[in-house]
Design a protein around this ligand. Sequence first.
Ligand code: SF4
Length: 215
Amino acid sequence: MTQKDRYAKVIQWFSANMPNPKTELEYRNEYELLVAVILSAQCTDKRVNAITPAFFEQYPTPQVLAASNEESIYQVIKSCSYPNNKAKNLHNMAIKLVEKFNGVVPSDMALLQELPGVGRKTANVIISVAFGIPAMAVDTHVFRVSARIGLTQNSKTPEDTEKQLVAGFPSEILHHAHHWLILHGRYVCKARKPLCNECGLTECCDFYQHNIIAP
Ligand code: SF4
């Protein structure tokens, strides 16, 4: 199967079976999405969604968050992973957001990455989900699933995976493809034991073709 055919099959299957995928993080504006994505690093969306209602009640704007302190932020987010580090990043992020961007989340990759706690993956999520700009954020699910299916070849880094997926998917599909691969990795193509029996991509999946039916 050529790469072109593989991408076409994947797009066809997901378009039919997951036509309108969305992030599972709950948010109401760009600031809330940014906070939720920072909290979601190494943490489940479910856990983040359990934390954010109280967080946004206490810190409804970047200005309020900036005027707070790490200890009080820690108390609100302590049930998520790496709370010390995230409390520090969230506080510093809010200070910079207010001081440099007047409290408005920028829609530019480079500017976003100036914010503490915001790396390339987070910035890609923000520009894609909040601003509708074509981008591919590569997390552990996207990295693993795209390699198993064969959408990427010999990728060693998230940046390489991002590059290959951006080249393979049409730009107008990218925002969907990001969620397709995350959700597929979360619920079907799981890290330890992919549920190939429940997967509709066996026909075009490199891993399945080489390791399951012809090991
Ligand atoms: S066939 Fe198996 S390995 Fe391939 S995408 Fe589906 S679940 Fe993952």
